[in-house]
Write a protein that binds this ligand. Structure first.
Ligand code: HEC
Length: 165
């Protein structure tokens, strides 16, 4: 069966093309993309424990302190990770903390309880990033305090568009 497949010229051509594309992708320069921007401003953490939990479970994507694994250098994984991290940082970045945000502790709690954050495929590769229920409680409570102390102004994106009209 396999031997027959390799006698098929179209199959061999497709396999060779896929291998060539894989090799070719590895030449996309990525040093710049994998360089972390500087830490500008962190939220006013209520405690070292809250920061430690966030660092453990969220910082690889939602901060400028990403610990890029070796496979972040292998395409096409690299591009996918870069996209995820850019999206995550633009929504919530613990290293470039903004006072005005739509991110609330309630929204975070919802994402954590639903198992949507940290991203499940990330937890697969980083089992230590998985938070227990008690750790979720502690992180959410800590973030509530932290956001209050960071003079967070929560904006509702629908209100923002109404104002513009
Ligand atoms: C592996 C990367 C990764 C990790 C780790 C991660 N996130 Fe995210 N996060 C994302 C991406 C990508 C998005 C934007 C796309 C999405 O919503 O799926 C996002 C979006 C969010 C949002 C906005 C959701 C919305 O509906 O707009 C919140 C809140 C959030 N993350 C909280 C967290 C918290 C809290 C942690 C740590 C407990 C965490 N994330 C860990 C990648 C990550």
């Amino acid at each position: 069966m396999v031997r027959k497949l390799f006698r098929n010229k179209i199959f061999v051509f497709l396999m060779t093309a896929a291998a060539a594309a894989f090799v070719f992708l590895q030449f996309i320069p990525q040093d710049e993309a994998l360089a972390n921007p500087p830490v500008v401003r962190e939220p006013n953490w209520d405690s070292a424990e809250t920061r430690a939990l966030a660092k453990r479970a969220c910082f690889d994507c939602h901060s400028n302190e990403t610990d890029w694994p070796w496979y972040a250098r292998v395409q096409p994984m690299s591009m996918m990770m870069q996209q995820d991290i850019a999206a995550a940082r633009s929504l919530m970045n613990f290293s470039e903390w903004k006072d005005v945000t739509f991110i609330t502790a309630d929204l975070i709690e919802k994402k954590l309880r639903a198992g949507e954050m940290p991203l499940p495929e990330y937890v697969l590769m980083h089992p230590d990033a998985k938070l227990t229920d008690a750790e979720i409680d502690a992180l959410v409570a800590g973030l509530k305090e932290t956001f209050a102390a960071s003079s967070n102004q929560v904006v509702d994106s629908s209100e923002a568009t109404q104002d513009a009209n």
